[in-house]
Design a protein around this ligand. Structure first.
Ligand SMILES: Cc1cc2nc3c(=O)[nH]c(=O)nc-3n(C[C@H](O)[C@H](O)[C@H](O)COP(=O)(O)OP(=O)(O)OC[C@H]3O[C@@H](n4cnc5c(N)ncnc54)[C@H](O)[C@@H]3O)c2cc1C
Length: 471
């Protein structure tokens, strides 16, 4: 045992050269590992390919973009012009691909078939399917050991127990596989794990129709995932629908209607409002899911609001559309600096904080904002936003362009970040409304950050002035 372990130097700091380092003197000959073959992971691969950097993409699913495939029946709100990464486009076009109509709003399935699958095909066996990452560390280093850490290769362990090494990691594993809980306080509702709950965006009019038709269905959540599911359910006959939200009204979900800068999103809210007004959908406001349990009559869902007031609804099916949260557990042995609220990199949080921003204009950001104390590890894409519900593919594409430039040592390009996003907010004379309408495309406001009254920051013109929300 070291006689220094209890002295002023609490942590053993001996120099440590890994066999890999001893052999190569550096990690530079190892590939960059990209975790996740979703839109952003594959865009990262395109940038790595363009720069001639060796890489491997590890995808947990048995197909590329396995998470997008889960919502393949849903049409996105941003047209193709925003959904295709520039480097990916260059590689695909050089291969004879014709870009889809830039104004087309693809379904998730179309996004895969017309763009992501052809892109992945270009990379051949550099994209490994069925390769679920279970943990990441640095070879020979736990989280505490410091000296020489920066030069140690990353160690990636897969669910099947195999391991590989990397010079850097771009973690684009998304959040879709870690949904938020049904319970209103961020904790699971009592009994939540004992009853069967469907997560957001079931294919109500397609593969999952039999699960819902003729059943009493409760949808919980106030984002666009909830809205999408509710509208699909409304097309089923003999299917009573209840919609439960924490807020006192559904204004935020209804969005900007005809004034919405994204017509597809505005139309969604308008249709939803009409169903609530007509009684086709029963809206329960102030609903704080507290307990669920099975009775002879069905699944009883009990709300208990902060004052203790209870309301109960009994249904056959529950769809939890309460959003997503990032799962950082695979990186538990790395040194991460996460924002305590969002779980995003700390430097990114103020740029995307939904409590502070009332417009859809996310400032350009890249490697600097995404960096952690662990050099060479970057979480990108929707995972980088943590619980902020407003991520756009276009933002992720600029992230990975910058991150790959940084990995290549091209800091000038890494720091020259630029974003040209579609307007996702609606200028409004009511700042609260503007705040509420700044919902993410399709993902909507979920996870509860905005489901209660918010302390609104004054953005641009004052709340009373009726000026533009992006001032
Ligand atoms: C219904 C819906 C509609 C949306 N509409 C729009 C829109 O209109 N416009 C827009 O810009 N954005 C939209 N978004 C938001 C966002 O752009 C998408 O969620 C997008 O898919 C995020 O891309 P990503 O690559 O970061 O993550 P994902 O697409 O979630 O991809 C992550 C990948 O990582 C894999 N993975 C997960 N864990 C592991 C692991 N441990 N090991 C290996 N692989 C792993 C998953 O299988 C998945 O393939 C929408 C989101 C949803 C849910």
């Amino acid at each position: 045992m070291s006689d220094r372990c209890c002295g002023t130097v609490a942590v053993e700091i001996e120099q440590f050269a890994t066999p890999q380092q001893a052999a190569s003197g550096q990690t530079g000959n190892l590939p960059v590992v990209v975790i996740g073959a979703g839109p952003v992971g594959l865009a990262a691969a395109a940038h790595l390919a363009e720069r001639g950097i060796d890489f491997t993409v590890l995808e947990a699913g048995d197909r590329v973009a396995a998470s997008v495939a889960q919502w393949g029946h849903v049409r996105v709100f941003s047209p193709y012009r925003y959904n295709i990464d520039a480097a990916a486009r260059r590689l695909l076009e050089a291969d004879g691909w014709s870009a889809p109509d830039p104004d087309w709003l693809p379904t998730g399935a179309e996004l895969i078939d017309d763009y992501l699958a052809p892109l992945a095909k270009l990379f051949g066996d550099k994209v490994r399917l069925g390769a679920k990452v279970s943990a990441i560390s640095r070879l020979g280093y736990d989280r505490v050991r410091t000296a020489g850490r920066d030069q140690a290769p990353f160690l990636i362990r897969l669910a099947d127990g195999t391991e590989l090494q990397a010079r850097a990691i771009i973690d684009a594993s998304g959040t879709y596989t870690s949904p938020n809980v049904l319970g209103a306080s961020g904790l699971p509702a009592h009994g939540e794990h004992e009853v069967f709950i469907d997560h957001a965006l079931p294919d109500v009019l397609g593969a999952d129709r039999d699960r819902y038709e003729g059943k009493r269905v409760l949808v919980v959540g106030a984002g666009h995932s909830a809205a999408t599911t509710l509208l699909a359910l409304a097309e089923l006959e003999n299917t009573p629908i209840t919609w439960a939200i924490r807020a006192g009204n559904a204004t935020r979900t209804y969005g900007g209607g005809e004034a919405d800068a994204l017509p597809a999103r505005g139309a969604l809210g308008t249709r939803l409002r009409a169903h609530v007004t007509s009684g086709r959908i029963q809206l329960l406001t102030g609903f704080f899911t507290h307990r669920v349990h099975t009775t002879n009559e069905g699944v009883e869902v009990i709300s208990r609001d902060p004052s203790g007031h209870e309301q109960t609804v009994t249904v056959d099916r529950i769809v939890s559309a309460t959003g997503y949260r990032p799962d950082h557990s695979i990186a538990a042995e790395l040194r991460l600096d996460l924002d305590p609220m969002l779980g995003s990199p700390r430097a990114l949080a103020p740029l995307i904080d939904p409590n502070q921003h009332s417009c859809g204009t996310v400032p350009a950001h890249g490697a600097d904002e995404l960096a952690h104390p662990e050099p060479g590890y970057y979480a990108v894409g929707v995972k980088s936003y943590g619980r902020a519900p407003t991520f756009l593919m276009a933002t992720g594409y600029e992230q990975v362009r910058s991150v790959v430039a940084a990995i290549a040592g091209d800091w000038e390009a890494a720091r020259d970040v630029q974003l040209n996003l579609p307007e996702t907010g609606v200028c409004s004379s009511n700042l609260a409304e503007a705040q509420e309408q700044r919902v993410g495309l399709a993902t909507g406001i979920t996870g509860g950050l905005l489901a209660t009254p918010l302390p609104l920051a004054t953005v641009g013109a004052s709340a009373e002035s009726g000026g533009g929300c992006c001032g």
